[in-house]
Ligand binder design. Sequence first.
Ligand code: HEM
Ligand code: HEM
Ligand SMILES: [Fe+2]
Length: 484
Amino acid sequence: MTALRALDSANLNGGQKLAVKYFTVALALLGVQITFGLLAAVQFVMPDFLFGVVDFSIKRMVHINAMIVWMVFGFIGSVYWMLEEEAGAPTVGLKLGNIIFYVFTAAVLVVVAVYLLVQTGPGEIETQWFITEGREYTEAPRWADIGIVVCLLTFFYNVAATFSKGKVTGIGGVLLLDLVALAGIYTLGMFYTTNLTMDQYWWWWVIHMWVEATWEVMVGCMMAYGLMKVLGTSRKIVTTWLYLEVFMMFGSGILGIGHHYFWIGTPQYWLSIGGFFSALEPLPLVAMVVHAVYDAGVHKSRNNNHPAMGWLIAHAFGNFFGAGVFGFIHTLPQINLYTHGTQWSASHGHFAFYGAYATIIIAFFYIALQKWRGDVWMSGNLFGGWKWKWSMVLLNVGMLGMIMGMLVAGFAQSQIERAIGGATWTAFFAAQEHPWFVQGMHWRLAFGTMFAAGYALLVWDLLTIGKRETRPVQSHDDAALEAK
Ligand code: HEM
Ligand code: HEM
Ligand SMILES: [Fe+2]
């Protein structure tokens, strides 16, 4: 059967054509992340797996670097996607934006190739410039750091110039300020000192301020736009919520950085500041869930893009539970003393990054595909609709299973290694060999495999959804009438 609704770029505006390129690379890099996550997980079960071929530290580094890059690509794509509609003007400097996309993608490939080709060797100044900086999440070598800043500045130019040519909406204004903060904070991670405490102090400004301040504001903007598109929520409502969320997010998240300063040699007052402010961080995340549920209620949950709406809801809950609840449970110094740096942290790390960020980017993939295929129907009785549902089930259940496996392993570590054993070397091994820890690692591998199957189905669905559909997108008015 021939395709009825072909992917046709004529359906997209200039910014959106560039957006789908970013989305494509993002989806591919998610595959790289999962591959290396699985390899790392196998090694927890079979320690000599790929011995001498790929070191554990390299697998882990590629795993989390691929994550940061695919998410950044997903965010950039989402901003280009919204840009022309929000600003009411064509994207300024699109040609430059396109060149930068290819440069950025090529640079990522070179960085990863070097990681895999040069796994060991002396740590010299040149290493830092050309191979790796060696700091978790921001391992990219210095040349790439500078390149990333140049790419982000060009991106910022596209966005700022387009908004200044058109109009600046509430979402647009928040987005612009957020991009300045995001790029500014990244540069803080670029200087190097031999004092480990100072080094870590500034490094956390990049990591914590990104995920618990600027990235959260970014997804706040995406959620506002997504709810308008998918549910037909009014701009006034989403903008009011957005301002409130941003205010609460910055109010708690900035000083909340103190929860990373408990044990790195910084002054003791960080114990109180970090404990107090980071404990407030779940509040804006509650506001975000209330916002999504409220809007869905007002519109009686009728929407014109079921997969996107499903993923937006997954985001609201994932952000709340993964970042908010799972963050809160280990954020007080009295508890963090026992849980710090165990699989408990990894459990929260997976839940938060997946729940808050992976989900909403996937929602944008679906929003984009709907338009790319010529505003196709994506409501009930969707042709081949089992695929998006099953991939969503496999991905969500797979991730929850991994999270629980790691949490149990983390409990064992906190109890046996820290509370009972007093954090000695012997106690470390006692915890690593404990059946609860070992079983947790097996569960992670098993559910990780399920997650990978969900990814394969997601890719298949994204390639085919709407292809054989003849109905046009359901209008919000029809959807509302049907609900009455
Ligand atoms: C979407 C937002 C968030 C993301 C993506 C995220 C992600 C992460 C990750 C990956 C780590 C491990 C860092 C490492 O490798 O050392 C971490 C650590 C931590 N997070 Fe979050 N987090 C988020 C929000 C929160 C919130 C809201 C709280 C508190 C309410 C929180 C509390 C903590 C604490 C206390 C640690 C330190 C764990 C340790 O001592 O080992 N996080 N987070
Ligand atoms: C097949 C799926 C996956 C498997 C098997 C897997 C496995 C792993 C393993 C073994 C580690 C190293 C843990 C350690 O050093 O103790 C890790 C780290 C990490 N993974 Fe995954 N992962 C998967 C998918 C994901 C996804 C989808 C995300 C986010 C969207 C993610 C985010 C992270 C983060 C943030 C860390 C660092 C955690 C920390 O520093 O505490 N992973 N993963
Ligand atoms: Fe943090």
